[in-house]
Design a protein around this ligand. Sequence first.
Ligand SMILES: [Zn+2]
Length: 154
Amino acid sequence: MTRARMLVGRYPVQEILHSVYQKADSPTCQLCCTDTETLEHLIASCPSLHHIRSRFVRRLQEIYTEEGWPAPETPAEITSATLNGAIFMLDSMVDNRHNQPELSDSHHPNDVNINHCIYVSQGVSITNVNTVANLLCHKLHLARELLLAKLEDE
Ligand SMILES: [Zn+2]
C-alpha cells in the first residue's frame, strides 16, 4: 500500500509537500535535516532510517545476485529496485532470452524444460522482490511517522 502510493507519486515526502502542495515551509528532511526529502532520500539515503533499511536492502541485493543480475548499489539503483523491482526483472528476463537464442529458438523438449525452469525460478524471485520491497516501504513509512510524531511532541 505504501509502496503503491510511492510508485504513483502520492507519498507525501517533504519535497512534494513543499513544491506541489505548498503544505511545507521547506523541502528539507525533518528526520535528519541534512538533505531534501525526496523519495530516493527516504528509501535509500536518509541516515535516520538506516537501521530500518539495511537488512531489507541486503536481502534485495541477495535476490538479484542469486538470479545473476547486477545488484542495486547506488541510492538511485536501490530506489528503482524497490519501486520497480518486478518490472526491472521482467526486462532482464527478456534480455536473458536474447542472450540465449539457442535455447528459445529450439524446439527440442529438453530445451523447453530448461526455459520453463528459468521462468519459474524468476517468477519466485519476482514475488520475493515484491515482498521485500513492500515490507521495506511499509517499515520506512512507520518509522518515519513515529519519528515525526516524536519531533512534534518535543
Ligand atoms: Zn533524512
